[in-house]
Design a protein around this ligand. Structure first.
Ligand code: NAD
Length: 338
């Protein structure tokens, strides 16, 4: 049983903690918090040992009546690997300033720069390249969404070129200080956006160009893809391939799943904790092939799609499983992923 710690128990960190706890071959040794907020209190109530990443604030946890087990450094000493889920830019500093010095393996999130971590990860793209490595970054929620559907299409019929337009949520549901509230923002306003090069950190030879917009919604991202195929296939072949791909769901707008809001409602009906949708939803009606070019639209739950990838990254880096499909199967079974 491998010991895993979470540094930064926020949106991604708390989900990865629960996903790791659900697995049979790894356990959570502890999570870190900086502030004695409701998430810290609930982490302790759930049974996680809580460690402080800002030791000078220990008295504020005492005053709030939240039990602290020790400092983050004390947690790190007990671990086989840490999952760094701190806000973007902090992970890279932790790598150099803490983990390297302690000889501790670490996975990072998509907010970190690929060059600073040195290796990126997606379960379906490059699992084997990360086996036994000390540091890897799970690519961002948008990049994970692109890889999840582009990999099976590439396997089926090869890809000459991808163009994608991403409509991104302005903020996560709890982020009251972010926007936009009433605007569509080209983000970045330059073309191409960074998402294409980010996909290439795990799908090394893919020809992909991306553009992105921010819109006033918090629920999900939405992607519009145009994919020039290498060999001739039918729309039914693509449907069949996506249907059999783990962590991808075909949605039918005609069944009432015509929007991101309705897709989130589906997650509630599934009874998922936090209404999470680890799967990428592809609108079945959007799939079409015109002049050898495949068109489709998909939805990405930004708060949760990277969570199973973090579990697989742990298995690869700790050499717990050499076969990506076996790790994906174990992770999915433990998390109830469709
Ligand atoms: P978050 O703000 O929800 O959580 C970050 C947590 O880290 C908070 O609990 C914060 O208190 C804590 N923290 C801050 N500074 C710290 C420090 N120095 N040491 C330890 N803990 C510290 O952020 P998030 O949305 O979970 O994002 C974390 C990472 O995941 C980022 O790289 C982000 O880009 C990436 N990511 C986020 C999303 C998303 O939609 N939220 C999706 C995919 C990837």
């Amino acid at each position: 049983m491998k010991s895993v710690g979470i540094n930064g128990y926020g949106t991604i960190g708390k989900r990865v903690a629960d996903a790791v706890s659900a697995q049979g071959d790894m356990k959570i040794a502890g999570v870190t918090k900086r502030s004695p907020d409701f998430e810290a209190r609930m982490a302790v109530e759930k049974g996680y040992d809580l460690y402080i990443s800002a030791p000078e604030r220990e008295s504020s946890f005492e005053e709030a009546g939240i039990k602290v087990t020790g400092t983050a450094e004390e947690l790190f000493e007990k671990l086989d690997i840490v999952v760094d889920c701190t806000p973007e830019g902090i992970g890279a500093k932790n790598k150099e300033g803490i983990y390297k010095k302690m000889g501790l393996k670490a996975t990072f999130q998509g907010g970190e720069k690929h060059d600073q971590i040195g290796l990126s990860f997606n379960s379906f793209s490059n699992y084997k390249d990360v086996i036994g490595k000390d540091y890897a970054r799970v690519v961002s929620c948008n990049t994970t969404g692109l890889c999840r559907t582009l990999n099976p299409i590439k396997d089926l019929c090869g890809i000459k070129k991808v163009r994608a337009v991403m409509v991104r949520r302005g903020a996560d549901p709890s982020q009251v200080k972010k926007g936009p509230i009433n605007a569509i923002v080209p983000n970045p306003p330059t073309v191409p956006s960074h998402h294409g090069p980010d996909v290439q950190t795990v799908m090394y030879d893919l020809n992909i160009t991306t553009m992105a917009l921010l819109v006033p919604t918090t629920l999900m991202h939405q992607h519009n893809l145009m994919v020039e195929l290498e060999s001739s296939v039918s729309v039914d072949d693509i449907k069949e391939k996506l249907n059999e791909t783990p962590r991808v769901l075909l949605l039918k707008a005609k069944e009432g799943l015509g929007s991101t809001a309705e897709f989130m409602e589906y997650a509630k009906e599934l009874g998922r904790s936090r209404n999470d949708l680890f799967e990428i939803g592809v609108w079945e009606e959007s799939l079409n092939i015109v002049d050898g070019e495949l068109y489709y639209m998909q939805a990405i739950h930004q708060e949760s799609d990277v969570v199973p990838e973090n579990v697989d990254a742990i298995r690869a880096m700790l050499e717990m499983e050499y076969d990506p499909s076996k790790s994906i199967e174990k992770t999915n079974k433990a998390m109830g992923i469709l």
